[in-house]
Design a protein around this ligand. Structure first.
Ligand SMILES: Nc1ncnc2c1ncn2[C@@H]1O[C@H](COP(=O)(O)OP(=O)(O)OP(=O)(O)O)[C@@H](O)[C@H]1O
Ligand SMILES: [Mg+2]
Length: 338
């Protein structure tokens, strides 16, 4: 299916999430952490959007707003064309929708009750939300465990009795058990061994295809994100700086920040390593008091006067490819179109 005839499952319009910073003896708000500061994007049905950027740039905050765990300070989120804020006002409707919007965490341990065995962890929400009935729930759980590559014998075991990779498979099973349409995978492989990472990434990819799921895949680096994603959004300090088709972003990055992230992707060829790969220097700025103009200008090797004062917007660089860097965009047009 081409992009034109795909339907968006998730649409985000100018989302902002500001967290108040408290201070003083008589506690009062002294400022705001601008965790997400005006982002817009869509995720098409059955596709994966990869969200990438350094620690603290607002990736998990976006994820939490999309599954309804928090509400944005400003902006709109549409799920299947319906305004999520309006749906949230109707308790019964929100309860139904919440099962459709699931999250897989970096540390599945935090979302698995250590005192319950796997059968209870999976069965209780399935029965509560009428996904399964008492006489079929065990069979349904076995089916889900099989999908994530675990034997049925794990049902009687507790979360601490598993390895990290197996626990992540249980985290994925828990998300799948409620028959979701959309899953936010928040750095699901970051805490795992490299060999296990590949297995979990392949599992997510296969499940997505098999079940027609729509995913937001959050990661630090472009390597894993590119492997699983159809589209990629690159974030820097609460804003999207580059967005587009995954292959296009990976092969023709335009924004200096995306280029720096790509430099950090490990390469198997030692020759390549010695060719002076430039890793990003300097500290990420603060989300409470972000730099004026382009937020990346304090670390950008190509920054000019304009970058210190003017906030760049996303320009179209090629088909399904946008970047928020006027300095780079003119050169990129040449690179990407021929
Ligand atoms: N509940 C909260 N209250 C106050 N500040 C918060 C809250 N949640 C997140 N933040 C701040 O918002 C910013 C973005 O945080 P977020 O967790 O979304 O980043 P992230 O990109 O997911 O980082 P990481 O890669 O480390 O998980 C950070 O500066 C963080 O400290
Ligand atoms: Mg995070």
């Amino acid at each position: 299916m081409t992009d034109e005839n795909r339907i968006p499952l998730i649409q985000v319009e100018n989302m902002k999430k500001y967290y108040p910073v408290k201070g003083g003896i008589i506690t009062h708000t002294t400022g705001y952490v601008k965790a997400v500061d005006g982002v817009s994007f869509s995720i098409m049905k059955g596709q994966t959007l990869g969200l990438v950027g350094e620690s603290g740039c607002g990736k998990s905050t976006i994820g939490r707003q999309l599954v309804g765990l928090e509400t944005p300070t400003e902006g709109r989120i549409y799920y299947n064309g319906g305004d999520l804020a309006a749906i949230q006002k109707n308790k019964r409707e929100m309860e139904r929708i919440r099962t459709k919007l699931q999250m897989v965490f970096q540390d599945p341990y935090s979302s698995l009750n250590p005192r319950k065995h796997i059968y209870e962890i999976l069965a209780q929400p399935m029965l509560y939300h009428h996904i399964s009935e008492k006489n079929t729930v065990e069979r349904d759980i076995m089916k889900i465990l099989d999908m994530v590559g675990l034997p049925k014998t794990v049902m009687g075991r507790y979360p601490h009795e598993f390895s990290g990779g197996q626990r992540q498979r249980i985290g994925i099973a828990k998300a799948l058990s409620l028959n979701p349409e959309f899953i936010v995978c928040d750095e699901p492989v970051s805490a795992l061994d490299v060999s296990i990472q590949a297995q979990i990434l392949n599992l997510l990819k296969d499940l997505q295809k098999e079940l027609g799921l729509t995913l937001l895949f959050v990661g630090h680096g472009l390597g894993a994100v590119n492997y699983v994603s159809d589209k990629i959004a690159v974030m820097y300090l609460g804003k999207i700086v580059e967005y587009g088709d995954a292959k296009e972003i990976f092969n023709h990055p335009v924004h200096p920040y995306t280029k720096a992230l790509l430099e950090a992707v490990p390469v198997p060829d030692p020759e390549e390593k010695s060719r002076g790969r430039k890793l990003l220097q300097g500290e990420v700025g603060s989300s409470t008091n972000p730099p004026e103009g382009c937020r990346f200008h304090t670390r950008c090797p190509h920054a000019e006067e304009q970058c210190r004062t003017e906030v760049p917007t996303l320009y179209e660089v090629a088909k399904i490819h946008m970047a928020a860097c006027p300095m780079a965009v003119s050169g990129a047009e040449v690179a990407s179109h021929g």
